[in-house]
Ligand binder design. Structure first.
Ligand code: AMP
Ligand code: GLY
Length: 416
């Protein structure tokens, strides 16, 4: 029987812990630092997800058989490198390989070198050169990306020169982001979707396609968020397109990373767009997407420990099997999110929810479940098709009560 340490504290990590808890091979799950929902399935330990030394010391002391890393910040801090050096199987990329997410310029250069389809770009460290380039192009909208981990705030779609100037000023002159570079790229149009795969060096095992909803309000209006809901499968991507993207994007990048001496050993997340000119890469992440993972991972039919351990140790899997159900997940967020919000509102009714609830930002206090973050709960239901799953999840959400939560009423609208 195996002991697993999961690193992270969001809905994504709750999904990982939930799936591992269903494995007959797993006797004990620890989660650092975890959350109130995770605490029902795992022992939460109060260690920060970037405290490499303490995480390693904990794993050694508790004879952990496998570590699964959730957040990019942990990977960028070198957690996986430290575990691998200590001989503890770890699911997660090296710090070096995590550059596929943490450096936009690295990702763009890699795609250019290996002919992976993406928007044309140039990269700049100097403000005058950058604004000179924007002026000479004189094409709007134009996309400006800060080159580094910017917690989702590093992308500006400028509609005119003034907006571009302001953004470049913030990114290259001001102190808000730190000193870095900016990637300036062509604006692409079309539906976006998420294609994740388990990757171990050249071996790529695709997951079902999913789609996030980044805007706060119905009709894809309002400010960008960490994601307000997700669903799978996607009716607007054919099996041929999926296969094409697997081969020319995910497999191509896995192979490229091996050639560059930075092999992947975890999740490769392609944020893709179906443009009139074919499927192109918007961004890569080096980890499970959040909230996509909450709808995708519960569909894993193959034992989760087997999958994570095989990727961590280089064991070749014949196949990874998935349940073919449609799944819709809706995020309940604190009123005001993604802006300022208050915490500590009581949530009732979760016990009567027929489906799966994964916690994103909650805490238990005196036996009460309280809101404790911007995104609070992810409510998930399955169905024979997306419409049925959507109907089910919204009917079940009616059972949950809290005066300080809101949610989008149109998750999965792209599919219907
Ligand atoms: P990223 O952090 O790279 O995912 O960018 C955040 C969002 O900006 C994406 O989800 C897209 O909606 C949008 N975006 C990024 N790059 C482009 C592009 N080249 N063309 C159009 N939209 C983009
Ligand atoms: N759902 C988008 C992300 O995880 O980055």
């Amino acid at each position: 029987m195996k002991k697993v340490l999961v690193i992270g504290s969001g809905g994504r990590e709750h999904a990982i812990v939930f799936q591992l808890s269903r494995s007959a091979q797993v006797e004990k799950i620890y989660c650092a630092p975890g959350n109130a929902g995770i605490a029902q399935l795992a022992e939460c330990v109060a260690i920060s997800d970037t405290d490499v030394e303490q995480l390693l010391a904990f794993a050694r002391a508790h004879q952990i058989d496998l570590c699964v890393v959730g957040p990019e910040a942990s990977l960028a801090a070198g957690v996986a490198d430290a575990f691998r050096a200590a001989g503890i199987p770890v699911f997660g990329h090296s710090k070096d390989a995590t550059q596929i997410e943490s450096s936009k310029e690295f990702a763009k250069q890699l795609m250019a070198k290996f002919h992976v389809p993406t928007a044309a770009y140039r990269s700049f460290a100097d403000y005058d050169e950058a604004i000179g380039y924007v002026r000479s192009r004189n094409t709007y909208p134009t996309v400006l990306k800060y080159d580094g981990l910017a917690a989702g705030k590093g992308v500006v779609i400028a509609q005119n020169e003034q907006e571009a100037q302001q953004a470049l000023c913030d990114m290259l002159v001001g102190e808000a982001f730190g000193k870095g570079k900016v990637v300036i790229e062509d604006y692409l149009e079309g539906p976006e979707f998420s294609f994740m795969a388990f990757v171990d060096h050249n071996r790529v095992y695709p997951m079902p396609l999913s789609q996030d909803h980044k805007r706060a309000y119905d009709g894809d209006k309002g400010p960008n968020t960490g994601g307000m809901g997700a669903y799978t499968p996607l009716p607007f991507i054919s099996a041929e397109e999926e296969q094409w993207a697997k081969e020319h994007i995910l497999q191509a990048v896995a192979d490229a990373m091996v050639k560059e001496g930075k092999p992947l050993t975890g999740v490769l997340y392609g944020g893709l767009m179906k443009t009139a000119d074919g499927i192109k890469v918007i961004e890569f992440n080096a980890r499970f997407g959040d909230p996509e993972t909450e709808v995708v991972l519960p569909l894993l039919k193959t034992d989760a420990f087997t999958v994570f351990h095989a990727i961590a140790t280089g064991v070749i899997l014949d196949n990874i099997a998935w349940h073919q159900q449609a799944t819709v997940g809706v995020v309940l967020a604190s009123k005001g999110y993604p802006g300022a919000y208050t915490k500590g509102a009581e949530i009732t009714g979760t016990d009567s929810f027929d489906g799966l609830i994964l916690h994103m930002g909650t805490k238990y206090q005196d036996g009460k479940l309280l809101t404790n973050g911007g995104r609070v709960l992810m409510c998930i239901a399955h169905g024979d098709d997306v419409r049925q799953a959507q109907k089910k999840v919204y009917a079940e959400i009616e059972k949950i009560h809290c005066t300080n939560l809101f949610y989008r009423k149109d998750i999965a609208h792209w599919a219907l």
